[in-house]
Design a protein around this ligand. Sequence first.
Ligand code: ADP
Ligand code: ADP
Ligand code: ZN
Length: 213
Amino acid sequence: MNLMLFGAPGAGKGTQAKFLIEKYNIPQISTGDILRAAITDKTDMGMEAKKFMDEGKLVPDSTIIGIIKDRLAETDCKNGFILDGFPRTLAQAEALSELMKNMNINLDKVISLNVPDELIVGRITGRRVCSKCGASFHVEFNPSKEENVCDYCASELIIRKDDNAQTVKSRLDAYHTQTAPLIDFYTKMGVFIELDGTKDVSEVTKDMINALS
Ligand code: ADP
Ligand code: ADP
Ligand code: ZN
């Protein structure tokens, strides 16, 4: 199963990806997680990307497309994958189509988690992420079992540098101007499914599993 989770920053893509990993036994490919790992490792690519991320702007397409090309070629992707946070521009979507065509595979579904802008600020400012596995929690809406400890791998939870009220505005701007045009692109492809992302985490998971079966 080749899936994509789509939606604004903070819509719940990473949270729902964790359930799909378990259900379908396929990897989550989060370009945000890959970029943050490159920043931790202080690679040239990471240092360059950091400037954009700290300002809430999109990292250039050439960098992102290179990352995805390498990642999809890894063996764990051969039974499928969950794209999370990629593509975010039309150029990235077109590059993905080309890559998948060359690999002889199809995109099965794009699941859009619809959440209005007014709810996004609260989601992002209350988000806590695992410093090791990237799992996402919320202080109020989706707390970890033990405060500041990851449910999945017991590592420490942290606040992402870009998760502040200032960058949320530019991230939402980037979403509406650069990413939202993909709705039309994937609707035309006949794979776009819209879900109400404002429901509780477990309700969204149920709707998503229903939509996929
Ligand atoms: P969120 O979904 O909460 O915005 P991500 O972890 O997906 O967070 O992305 C964090 C940042 O990484 C983005 O604001 C952007 O700067 C960069 N980024 C991640 N994925 C992409 C992408 N596909 N294209 C361009 N920039 C990206
Ligand atoms: P994305 O990957 O789309 O940026 P996340 O999965 O990291 O989003 O979710 C953003 C924040 O919102 C996190 O703090 C997460 O725990 C919380 N969250 C996710 N889904 C829901 C939901 N259905 N209701 C309330 N909060 C949610
Ligand atoms: Zn973890």
